[in-house]
Design a protein around this ligand. Structure first.
Ligand code: MRU
Length: 343
């Protein structure tokens, strides 16, 4: 059974204002379970074990985690310890450190007793800002999708996406999905090819759940199907999110994104990357300098689905979770400032 999509912001403060409330994404789309995070340690576990995920959303979660640590103890030592704990939770998405730095900067000069309140306020602002950024990305993307659809007005516009860069990966709207939602709402007929995104299946489990909830026509495909569909003219554009874009425009995203970019390039299919400025890392020169998260091989040896997980191989498995798409394969960067051909 797929539950009805109860779309709302993916993170909020708890009703009493002293914690953060998130969806346990490990249980979607089978169960909708909201979880209350009550400490920096709770936030760290939720990020590391991917109860919550997606570059902007782990940043927002970490920001609340730091605020919770300061509510317990507003000292410099507490601030530094919680910062280090949360920054280590996952290595690849730059938004995590960005959000922690924002909160730390907002409170460092304040007396310890005033820090928690200021930290929560900054975390709230990070969330509000994320929603506004994604909406702006969506509006620029809508213009792009309108132009693409005008080339073949007699049929739906076919977009391929990888992983989940939707409202479940951000605070709302998503990055890659924002243009899709706005185009659908504007009456442009959009159909989305959803890569299942092994090993954790964020496409099949999360993106498909979101699109179904919004009424957007979509089809889940095996990760290896994209090249074939592009060769047959069944993909008008690829739009993906990203965990970090480096100074030279290299794009780090979920493992398998690079192969989609190669296939798109070979088939003259435009390849767009949607990102807010919070995902741009001017301090890292190229994709080669990005730490790539290695996750447990068990995510590969087992497949999780409704009712639990099953083992699909008896062998050892490796599990690099991200790859880097070189800037030369990117047609454009869809940002809150518009569609840029260079970043
Ligand atoms: O490992 P995940 O599920 O956190 O990976 C998420 C992605 O790769 C997303 O595509 C990326 O963070 C962009 S989210 C707007």
């Amino acid at each position: 059974m797929i539950l009805e999509n109860t779309h709302q912001r993916s993170i909020t403060r708890t009703a009493d204002g002293t914690g953060a409330r998130i969806l346990d994404q490990r249980r979607l789309p089978w169960e909708i379970v909201w979880v209350e995070l009550r400490s920096a340690r709770d936030a760290e576990v939720a990020i590391r074990e991917m109860w919550t995920r997606g570059a902007p959303l782990i940043g927002a979660t970490a920001a609340y985690g730091l605020a919770m640590a300061l509510a317990e103890d507003g000292s410099d030592a507490s601030l530094d310890a919680a910062f280090a704990l949360l920054a280590e939770a996952r290595p690849t998405a730059v938004n995590l450190r960005w959000a922690l730095e924002q909160v730390a900067k907002a409170v460092r000069s304040l007396p310890p007793a005033e820090r928690a309140q200021a930290a929560f306020a900054r975390a709230d602002a990070i969330c509000d800002e994320d929603v506004a950024l994604n909406k702006a990305i969506g509006e620029h993307g809508l213009a792009l999708l309108r132009d693409l659809h005008a080339k073949h007005p007699d049929r739906p516009l076919n977009i391929l996406t990888h992983c989940n860069a939707g409202w479940l990966a951000t605070v709302d709207y998503g990055t890659a999905t924002a243009p899709i939602y706005l185009a659908h709402d504007a009456g442009i007929p959009v159909h989305v090819w959803v890569d299942e995104t092994r090993p954790r299946n964020q496409g099949a489990l999360l993106t498909a759940f979101e699109l179904a909830g919004h009424g957007v026509p979509h089809t889940v495909i095996a990760d290896n199907a994209g090249g074939h569909l592009m060769m047959r003219g069944q993909v008008d554009a690829v739009i993906v999110g990203t965990d970090r874009v480096t100074a030279n425009g290299d794009v780090c995203n979920k493992i398998g994104t690079y192969l989609k970019a190669l296939a798109a390039h070979d088939n003259d299919v435009p390849f767009y990357v949607a990102l807010p400025y919070t995902t741009f890392d001017a301090n890292t020169a190229t994709g080669a300098d990005i730490p790539i998260e290695e996750r447990s091989g068990e995510e590969v040896t087992h497949v999780a689905g409704e009712g639990g997980s099953i083992r699909v191989t008896a062998s050892r498995a490796a599990n690099p979770a991200f790859d880097v798409t070189p800037a030369r394969l990117v047609t454009g960067y869809l940002t809150e400032r518009g569609l840029l051909d260079k970043i």
